[in-house]
Design a protein around this ligand. Sequence first.
Ligand SMILES: *Cc1c(COP(=O)(O)O)cnc(C)c1O
Length: 234
Amino acid sequence: MSIATNLSAIHDRIARAAKRAGRNLDDVALMAVSKTFPVESILEAYAAGHRLFGENRVQEFSDKAGTVVDLHDAEFHMIGHLQSNKAVKAAEIFHAVDSIDSAKLAERLNAAAQTLNKTLDVLIEINVGGEEVKSGIAPGSPELERILAAVPEWQHLRVRGLMTVPPFTDDPEGARPYFRQLRELRDRLAVRSLPSVGLDVLSMGMSHDFEIAIEEGSTCVRIGTAIFGTRSKP
Ligand SMILES: *Cc1c(COP(=O)(O)O)cnc(C)c1O
């Protein structure tokens, strides 16, 4: 299967899931997760009309960035755990960071974006499953409150919403309660009308569970395997 064929099959499945859920198709973005795949895969998806991409390593994307810099209307988001000491490089090569998991990281990114005279879209990553091996902030944690309170100070970050990677379950239905938790957290934060905190984006759902995520309110599904194929590297 070509990347173009896979993309169009995923678009069809997104459309069906949105319809089932009574949602507007325009409210669900498809992010192609190109991590571990060569830059040629990105070019191939771009040639097929795709524009939104996710990568999870600064070094890896930094190697691809020189080649994709000419794809002016393409957008590249960092979706993996980001160490604060790589914030400067990340701010330089990415359009957005969807995996903010500490106030310290946000602060570093803001400072880096200021230096570069740009504004970065960001999402706060929530660890809904409470898994120790996963990054992300616990829903009721003091760190989340620290971040929410500091958002107005970060003038070079635009907080757009929340992101999560739920615990893996063989049955995609197993992810539903976690997706629902993220939406409910978003709704609870929204009623607080926190200054400068945008909450329109819910980034959730991957290759094996994105239809469930759409039913639970996802506005951005992050698909790797189902577009580019099975990854050989972790
Ligand atoms: C790899 C990755 C994806 C895509 O996973 P697939 O199962 O290949 O679709 C989505 N989100 C994050 C954060 C990832 O690291």
